[in-house]
Design a protein around this ligand. Sequence first.
Ligand SMILES: Cc1cc2nc3c(=O)[nH]c(=O)nc-3n(C[C@H](O)[C@H](O)[C@H](O)COP(=O)(O)OP(=O)(O)OC[C@H]3O[C@@H](n4cnc5c(N)ncnc54)[C@H](O)[C@@H]3O)c2cc1C
Length: 295
Amino acid sequence: MLARPGLPRFDYVRAETADEVVRLLQERGEAARPFMGGTDLFVRMRDGVIHPQVVVDVKYLPGIRDVVYDAQAGLTVGAAVTMNEVARHPDVVAHYPLLAEAANSVASYQLRNRATLGGNLCNASPAADTAPATLVLEGRIVLYGPDGEREVPATEFFLGPGKTARGPAEIVTAIRYPLPPKGAAGRYLKLGRNKVGDLSIVGVAVFGFPDETAPSGYRFRIGLASVAPVPLRATAAEEILAEEPPGEETFVKAAEEAMNEASPIDDVRASAAYRKAMVRALTLRGLRAVWEQLA
Ligand SMILES: Cc1cc2nc3c(=O)[nH]c(=O)nc-3n(C[C@H](O)[C@H](O)[C@H](O)COP(=O)(O)OP(=O)(O)OC[C@H]3O[C@@H](n4cnc5c(N)ncnc54)[C@H](O)[C@@H]3O)c2cc1C
């Protein structure tokens, strides 16, 4: 007997235009699901969690696999760009190395050839590895729906496990990242049960840059994954770092605060108590690493 039931029957539609997808989603509602790499969708279908009758392949829509960098506007990554493409794209590596590092931390090389940046964010797992980087880089999610295009800041996109600000007939077409501030540095630190192929127990993105308007002369942004119902910014810790002189004492205090901002659960991967301790440890490690680059 099979341990898992296998995939149910479904219809496959390869969409040619975004309007065609919107129309299908309007007509079929819950019975239709967009997908790109399918590395989340088909697992959930196989496990009987969701039962779409139609899966709509949106990765062939015009422009959805493009990466465009502009020295004024910043970076636009099409939703269907794969993790390996993000991690290796010369403009991402040169100007957004934190995003490249986060994309490269997802699962294994094989999976990264299928898994997309947009799929990772749309799936809205608290453990999504590209979410903390997208939060601290102040990414904006580009949605297309019945009323045309709109943008939602990443900080407002995640509403709960598997829940986003995406409307029922909307699709995500791209993620836009503004130009990083001058002299910025970032690190993504991921703790999993093994080095490849596992979801994070804790993921911490630290991003810092000089800023004369901050009393400390620097601003840091901290993004956390796997330690709350949604990926989140540790804003109280960020406040401490903007106010107090950078260095070990402040970093220890901020890491402690980041730990207090986390509200993890016990699950098969780790206990809540361990996750909290790891938020403190990884935040401190991330701050030290970023500071080394800044100073
Ligand atoms: C073995 C394994 C290991 C994994 N390891 C990791 C890991 O280490 N880190 C990690 O973060 N994730 C991991 N994942 C999860 C998954 O691979 C990632 O979340 C991946 O980035 C999802 O992208 P996708 O293109 O495959 O998404 P899909 O499965 O195609 O879609 C994901 C969800 O988004 C919706 N969707 C897809 N495209 C759109 C769109 N354009 N607009 C609106 N909604 C859309 C789908 O309906 C679905 O609900 C793992 C998965 C597996 C199977």
